[in-house]
Design a protein around this ligand. Structure first.
Ligand code: SF4
Length: 415
């Protein structure tokens, strides 16, 4: 086992190195000469069809089939930047071993194309033997979600040439939780405990001196449990058992829930985050008579909010079905699928290939977390019948994939 091992296995927060030492500066690959080379490659993710639909007010007609695109969908600036960085790195360090930690973003199409350029992969577990092979000659790209303090320090100690594609919105959350730690405030992180971004944020919430504390909560139910404890209604043993995999080492709810600050993974559901904030705030007010020891800061990124808002607007229309396009492990895309599924038949697909024929589709089921084959709306298969389909896509889904879905829908309609 390597010193300061990091893993996604239970207990992964234990042993995180806590101090952000002065680290080597990552290499800037977004140089003009590199960006020039990259432009042609990232152009493959564009779509003339999608751009023309946007120019026509986001609506496309094919006979009695109407397709409405959300006003905001697909690639966000953070994802575009991360992809450009990955391509630029391949150009700048041609001939060297270039490693990527996990996935640059959560989209299978983009990741497959990058793999084809020869990128090598490092898993999130520092005990993997590939980490022992790293030398100062290797190049390592940190993904858009960032990496934990511990992993960053480990890579620095190895002396590898680091390229950083961490999104600025993620870094803002890190600043927020580090600030909480400096003031002795415990971070309550609304996020998925095993998501790369939440793991990195939790590591930063330990602060400059490594003594900061955190608890990661996922649901409103988790928030109510924390709120009950704050309000004096909790059982300590039960509390620690429930959250044993999602708190900082030595977490004592009697001590560490005295003053709290809420932050969230940037891609969470904005309404849920707002409700969770209010649940925690109400508990602090109930205990203290004031919210002075409750600090709220919405760290959902603008791109996530815009895509959720645009979906709510699209759902106001009279749609027969909604298609959500993106990677199944993409947090922001999953939330779009969840929002739509509460209102109408929703098909969460990763690519056009999921549309098997005019009757059947292979799509991701949020409940079972697996692909299922289900029936398409009957109106889609009958050109004489009106059919109105809504489409949106997560922040990591390229336009060319959306175009393929639209083209496939049209061809099925014509079969
Ligand atoms: S979804 Fe938000 S946090 Fe994630 S890469 Fe895009 S802009 Fe950055």
């Amino acid at each position: 086992m390597l010193p300061g091992e990091f893993s996604l296995l239970p207990g992964h927060f234990c042993g995180i190195l806590l101090l952000m030492k002065s680290l080597n500066k990552p290499i800037n690959v977004r140089r003009p000469e590199m960006m020039e080379k990259v432009q042609a490659e990232v152009a493959q993710y564009r779509s003339n069809l999608v751009e023309s639909i946007i120019a026509s007010g986001n609506v496309y007609h094919h006979g009695k089939l109407q397709i409405s695109l959300a006003a905001d969908f697909g690639f966000c600036d953070g994802v575009k930047r991360a992809i450009e960085i990955a391509y630029a790195t391949c150009h700048m360090f041609r001939g060297k071993r270039i490693w990527l930690i996990g996935e640059i973003i959560h989209n299978p199409e983009v990741n497959a194309r990058l793999d084809a350029m020869g990128l090598l992969h490092l898993p999130w577990n520092l005990s993997d033997e590939r980490y022992t092979q790293l030398t100062a000659e290797d190049v390592v790209i940190m993904p858009a979600f960032g990496v934990s303090v511990q992993m960053r320090e480990f890579l620095d100690a190895k002396g590898v040439q680091l390229v950083d594609s961490t999104c600025g919105n993620v870094v803002k959350v890190w600043h927020r939780v580090r600030n909480y730690a400096r003031r002795g405030i415990t971070s309550i992180i609304h996020g998925k405990v095993r998501h790369e971004e939440s793991i990195a944020t939790a590591s930063h919430s330990r602060g400059d001196d490594g003594n900061g504390n955190f608890i990661v909560i996922f649901s409103e139910d988790d928030a109510r449990c924390v709120a009950d404890y704050i309000a004096g209604k909790g059982n300590k043993a039960e509390f620690l058992s429930r959250f044993k995999l999602s708190v900082s080492p030595g977490f004592d709810p009697d001590v560490h829930l005295q003053e709290v600050g809420v932050a969230n993974q940037t891609t969470m559901l904005k309404d849920e985050t707002a409700r969770i904030q209010q649940i925690i705030r109400a508990a602090v007010v109930q205990r203290d008579g004031t919210d002075e020891r409750c600090h709220l800061f919405d760290t959902i990124c603008g791109a996530t909010q815009d895509r959720q808002n645009a979906l709510y607007d699209l759902l106001e229309k009279s749609l027969d079905a909604m298609f959500i396009v993106g990677g199944y492990n993409s947090s922001n895309t999953t939330h779009l699928a969840h929002i739509a599924s509460l209102q109408l038949p929703t098909f969460f697909i990763k690519s056009a290939d999921c549309l098997m024929d005019a009757q059947r589709i292979k799509c991701f089921d949020l409940a079972t977390k697996s692909e299922q084959i289900v029936a398409l709306p009957t109106s889609l298969a009958h050109p004489a019948m009106p059919c109105h389909i809504g489409i949106t896509a997560g922040a990591s889904c390229p336009d060319n994939v959306i175009e393929q879905v639209i083209t496939r829908l049209i061809s099925l309609r014509d079969e």
